[in-house]
Design a protein around this ligand. Structure first.
Ligand SMILES: NC(=O)c1ccc[n+]([C@@H]2O[C@H](COP(=O)([O-])OP(=O)(O)OC[C@H]3O[C@@H](n4cnc5c(N)ncnc54)[C@H](O)[C@@H]3O)[C@@H](O)[C@H]2O)c1
Length: 440
């Protein structure tokens, strides 16, 4: 179901009309393409407080050229503000002082990335101003406009955050805004070829015959992975067609993920092990609780949560995820904010976030595997095309970018989490929602 308002407001009369009526002004987002893999414009590196990060070598590898100073209007592809040294209200003022003069110079679809320190419970002054960066980030995300995004990364080691910074400073993160992402420490080895980071790796995507899952399969294949396209037997034909299109040894696995032996069947399909397990399959069966029969509850919980728990446990127990492996599960903003008519769905998706946070440290310590989640907002798929018109329109507009995301936006975020250099990103639930007004 095409977003006609987005197309209309991209025309000159449409822009005039929507501005006069005070309606949302969605910008055409700049997404990744092989022809245009980088954002256009310069990169400005600013610092607030005294930082210990060794950032310049990492920023030099993003492919963006350093910006001239002072920057001319709309000349900046990205601004990185290192605020890890912000310790008190006085140094917090340096955040304002650094960004105030340059915000106007950020180009359409530009990026502002703040870098903060992990919150320190031993130092409540520092914790207060570091937490203040979150409110700042989310507020600026709502102001920036013209398809720009604003995110905060908490880190102590710039090298460990390279894959994250490359992602946030690229067109691949077009629909990720207002996020706070924690990056840990640890030796990270980058891939030999950053344009095919998953070469030689095997990824399995559940629910991959269509929608977001198909986009994830395509994006992981683009990045060099051999992909196993898993979907229900009824979707076998689409799954086989997609695997044939992907090439690179991709195969289809017709399997209902709720089958009790799904983990064993997957392990048998990939005898040499998996490098990425993407839990994407999901269903909705909406009804208000008062009208919801037990079957609607259990079918949603079984696909969206119980099968994720079962197959994850089975594959980890069998050692089917190789060290350096990645698990990426699919939550939803409905699980973070709640949604009328979706007590079953909201519960299942909040459960996914709980699974990720609890399992992540153990999976990394015991198996060398990271566990993260993407939490999509309103994404244009068959699932959301079935939503009634008015609710669909509200879903599209109620975010800072005033439009729905595309399946590829979730796919690019998944590919960043599945990246071999993303080993210090663990236990994160990253929203791909254009900074939806729903939920924190
Ligand atoms: N579209 C959105 O706006 C949105 C928002 C938040 C979260 N999500 C989540 O993203 C994921 C993908 O959503 P989508 O919009 O692409 O949905 P979709 O309905 O278009 O595709 C889901 C796919 O999962 C498959 N599937 C369902 N049950 C399965 C099972 N038991 N075993 C194997 N495969 C099964 C379906 O056959 C289908 O191919 C889901 O987990 C969904 O909850 C979507």
């Amino acid at each position: 179901m095409a977003d006609r308002y987005l197309s209309l407001s991209a025309t000159a009369p449409g822009r005039f009309l929507t501005r006069r009526l005070g309606l949302p002004q969605p910008a055409a987002l700049r997404r990744w393409s092989a022809e245009h893999p980088s954002l256009d414009g310069g990169l400005l590196h600013l610092t607030a407080g005294t930082s210990a990060l060794d950032l310049p070598p990492v920023l030099a590898r993003t492919g963006l050229t350093p910006a001239s100073s002072p920057p001319s209007p709309s000349s900046l592809a990205a601004v990185v503000l290192d605020a890890t040294g912000v310790r008190d209200v006085d140094t917090l003022a340096e955040v304002h002082a650094a960004l105030h003069p340059v915000v106007r110079s950020v180009a359409a679809s530009g990026r502002i990335v703040l870098l903060g320190a992990p919150l320190d419970p031993e130092d409540h002054h520092r914790a207060a101003v570091q937490q203040a960066l979150e409110g700042f980030t989310r507020s600026l995300g709502k102001e920036i406009g013209r398809g720009g995004t604003v995110n905060l990364v908490r880190l102590t080691d710039a090298a460990a955050a390279e894959s994250t910074l490359r992602f946030l400073l690229s067109p691949k993160s077009a629909y990720v805004s207002g996020q706070v992402i924690g990056v840990g420490t640890g030796a990270i080895t980058g891939p030999d070829d950053w344009s095919r980071p998953l070469a030689g790796r095997t990824a399995l995507v559940t629910g991959a015959a269509r929608g977001i899952g198909a986009a994830v399969a395509e994006t992981l294949a683009r990045d060099g992975a051999r992909v196993v396209v898993l979907d229900v037997p009824a979707a076998e034909r689409d799954a086989r067609d997609l695997a044939a299109r992907l090439g690179g040894g991709a195969t289809a696995l017709p399997l209902d993920i709720t089958a009790a032996d799904a983990g064993e069947r997957i392990a048998a399909e990939v005898p040499d092990g998996l490098d990425a397990l993407i839990h994407n399959a999901g269903v909705t069966r909406d009804r208000r609780l008062v009208n919801m029969p037990a079957e609607r509850w259990s079918s949603v919980l079984d696909v969206n949560l119980a099968s994720v728990l079962r197959t994850t446990d089975a594959l980890l127990a069998k050692g089917a995820l190789r060290p350096g492996g990645r698990i990426v599960a699919t939550a939803s903003i409905a699980g973070l904010a709640g949604n009328a008519g979706q007590t079953n769905y909201g519960a299942s998706k909040a459960g996914v976030a709980g699974l990720v946070r609890a399992l992540a440290p153990r999976a990394l310590a015991e198996h060398g595997v990271t566990v993260n989640a993407v939490a999509p907002g309103f994404i244009e798929t068959k699932m959301t095309a079935a939503v009634p018109l008015l609710i669909r329109e509200a879903g599209r507009r109620m975010n800072s970018l005033a439009q729905g995301g595309l399946p590829v936006d979730v796919a690019e975020t998944t590919a960043w989490l599945a990246h071999p250099a993303s080993g210090a990103v663990n236990g994160q639930v990253v929203r791909v929602c254009g900074q939806s007004l729903l939920g924190a």
